[in-house]
Write a protein that binds this ligand. Structure first.
Ligand code: HEC
Length: 178
């Protein structure tokens, strides 16, 4: 066996092991997530509600959680640019509004997780990110807008639960659950 051949077998094996590790990992992340026809139909209905609320999300969230970032002028400053770009990449990895509903990001396999998180982050006052608010990047929704979002999230979570999809697979995360 030539040196190159040995080397390439090792490389192939390493690569296969890595791929296996990656696929096992992503199975963990989205454990047993099935988008049944009922869930798909529920998603279409939830999308209608989302379209109504979209202006609020556009104003408050799209700068970081979409491919439509409207950068402020200070993004041109070298250090600031790197800091902001990193945050946008991180934010979109978590939750990406770009495709509309169903949303992108790493909870894309179970939208109940996204909906639950959106309400949770708004209730906590965590989003838009505190570290940016002093720079007025991303307009926080007002109380009335938040209430409309919460109502849509609650309705959607109850709807999805009726087809067996729960936020983070936990029925107790559904509003009104005992
Ligand atoms: C200025 C940038 C910025 C804006 C604007 C922003 N976010 Fe985020 N968001 C982030 C970043 C960065 C993360 C990932 C790090 C973190 O969780 O703090 C994140 C994470 C999240 C998460 C996942 C949190 C978790 O712990 O899993 C949700 C949900 C979220 N944002 C919702 C929203 C919503 C809803 C809005 C609009 C009202 C919004 N964000 C506006 C930057 C932003």
């Amino acid at each position: 066996m030539t040196r190159t051949r040995k080397y390439s077998i090792t490389t192939t094996l390493t690569f296969m092991t890595l791929m296996l590790a990656v696929s096992v990992n992503s199975q963990d992340e989205n454990e047993a997530v099935v988008v049944s026809p009922e869930i798909a139909a529920a998603y279409s209905e939830i999308a209608v509600g989302y379209e109504r609320l979209k202006p609020v999300f556009t104003a408050g969230c799209f700068d970081c959680h979409s491919d439509q970032t409207d950068y402020p002028w200070y993004h041109a400053l070298p250090v600031i640019k790197g800091w902001m770009d990193e945050h946008v990449a991180e934010a979109r990895d978590e939750l990406d509004f770009s495709p509309g509903f169903p949303f992108g990001g790493h909870h894309n396999k179970r939208q109940a997780d996204n909906l639950y998180k959106i309400k949770h982050e708004l209730e906590e006052g965590a989003m838009p990110l505190k570290s940016y608010r002093f720079m007025h990047w991303g307009a926080a929704p007002n109380d009335e807008e938040k209430d409309s979002i919460y109502a849509w999230v609650d309705r959607s979570l109850i709807h999805l639960a009726s087809h067996g999809q729960y936020p983070f697979n936990k029925p107790e995360n559904v509003p009104g659950a005992k």
